[in-house]
Design a protein around this ligand. Structure first.
Ligand code: SF4
Length: 467
């Protein structure tokens, strides 16, 4: 979602007269787009903006902005923590980004106008439609500072175009925000409630992408499969997307297990373009923990979903997210999570230690419930060991298969390229970088555990887009 939001901001800024440059050293405005899910990510952002402050000392006109979920979460306090930051903007402020930067520039008596801010024809500062939302304006001794923090249920990002990298794959957000309230999760507080885009617009966008040569789309949403717009539910939208001429692969992330329905699974089974891959965030393998996380399902119902998906799509690759050391998780309850991993045998697991996020209900659990950090680390390591061993076994069993691969980029070694199978497995094989966007078939020759080394077999299909 953050990659997609970055593309959205680039699109908005480009239409606002800005030029996108590659390096902060060349930029008049640097925006650091952020995630608030875990404390570690936020700490890294503070380190990054502190580095940028080094550049700003040499060029005081440079604008440093922090955007996204961390910006929304910390709001004006971020301006106190990092006084060299000029702009703090939450996810619903992006539409007004050029206007906000213009306002910041106008408020600055000492700054020269940042390059690209003026309309190239008239020299006037452009104002984006919709306006910038609630703005908190301050003046520090370094100059003006702005915080744009309003969460707006009417902001559905309609009509805003992303500036996508040219290539065969595209992220397509169909939903923002979340109506769940998992007790560990900050997302509903920084992105607001669920907002779904018009299915008509989503399909028009995907048709346009296909005409430009995009062959793979990933539909994005916080609980993407709860999507509903004017009576069009997610399975119907997925079917329509899968039938767009030129689209060969459709993925979606992240679904909520409760909205994995028979209807959805039958679309996955019936539509050739929908990839045999499903991310099913389990989070824990114990009912008491799941209940206290407010995940709204039980281990049994989750296993039923797994059975349903595997019955309909036997070759499906499943991935998951797991949080260990949720406050109050006992040793036995943690062992239940390991059991779940062994029972389901996910192809891939994204594993995390519980990270307390201010304002979320879990932080108000009794202090005595919080798992000792060393114990939390030990559980994480144990979980990683189990999930990696399962992944290695699954992948070793797939050696010898021939899989269709979409070439995504260069491999680590010279002369190698990297592609992805329909089941979302990464394969590295010999080839040149001009193959980006090609579809080809590879024999999976060996696995490193997480990825495969392959060799091409059979016909090659060149990319449909110049990349
Ligand atoms: S479903 Fe739960 S974990 Fe996922 S974004 Fe919503 S609140 Fe967070």
């Amino acid at each position: 979602m953050n990659i997609s939001d970055g593309e959205l901001m680039e699109g908005i800024l480009e239409r606002g007269g800005y030029e996108i440059v590659r390096a902060p050293e060349d930029a008049d405005v640097v925006l650091v787009n952020t995630c608030a899910i875990r404390e570690h990510a936020e700490t890294r952002v503070l380190g990054r903006v502190s580095q940028l402050n080094g550049l700003k000392r040499e060029r005081p006109d440079m604008v440093i902005g922090v955007t996204g979920c961390m910006a929304q979460r910390l709001g004006e306090t971020l301006l106190d923590q990092a006084p060299y930051v000029d702009l703090v903007m939450g996810p619903d402020g992006y539409r007004g980004l050029p206007d906000t930067l213009g306002r910041l520039e106008r408020a600055s008596s000492s700054r020269s106008r940042p390059r690209g801010l003026a309309d190239p024809d008239t020299g006037a500062i452009r104002v984006a439609p919709g306006g910038p939302g609630r703005i908190v304006e301050r003046r520090s001794k370094r100059g003006p500072q702005l915080a744009v923090l309003q969460l707006d249920m009417d902001e559905n990002y309609q009509g805003l175009e992303q500036r996508r990298a040219i290539g065969p794959s595209a992220w397509v957000p169909i939903q923002r925000g979340c109506d769940h309230r998992c007790t560990y999760c900050i997302v509903p507080y920084v992105r607001g409630g669920e907002k779904n885009r018009s299915a008509i617009d989503v399909l028009a966008e995907i048709r346009a992408l296909a005409e430009q040569g995009v062959t793979e789309v990933t539909l994005l949403g916080q609980t993407v499969n709860s999507y509903v717009w004017n009576g069009v539910g997610f399975p119907a939208l997925l079917r329509d997307v899968a039938r767009v001429d030129g689209i060969r692969r459709v993925r979606f992330t992240s679904p909520h297990p409760n909205d994995v329905t028979e209807e959805l699974v039958s679309v996955m089974a019936d539509e050739p373009a929908v990839c045999e891959q499903l991310h099913l965030p389990a989070q824990a393998g114990n009912d008491r923990t799941l209940k206290r996380m407010l995940r709204r399902y039980t281990v049994e119902s989750l296993l039923d979903k797994v059975d349903m998906v595997r019955t309909a799509v036997p070759d499906v690759a499943l991935s998951t997210d797991i949080i260990v050391a949720f406050p109050g998780e006992s040793d036995d309850e943690f062992r239940d999570t390991l059991e779940l991993m062994r029972a389901v045998r996910f192809d891939e697991a994204y594993t995390y230690k519980y990270s307390a996020r201010d304002g979320t209900p879990a932080t108000r659990l009794p202090q005595a419930d919080f798992v000792d950090p060393l114990e939390a680390q030990a559980r994480l390591e144990q979980l990683i060991e189990v999930s990696r061993a399962i992944q290695s076994e699954i992948n070793a069993g797939e050696v010898g298969r021939v899989e269709e691969v979409l070439v995504e980029g260069e491999g680590r070694d010279d002369g190698q390229i990297r592609g992805r199978t329909r089941r979302n497995k990464v394969v590295v094989f010999d080839g040149s970088r001009d193959r980006l966007g090609d579809y080809t078939h590879t024999l999976l020759k060996r696995t490193t555990g997480a990825t495969f080394v392959g060799s091409e077999v059979g016909a090659k299909e060149p990319a449909t887009v110049a990349v």
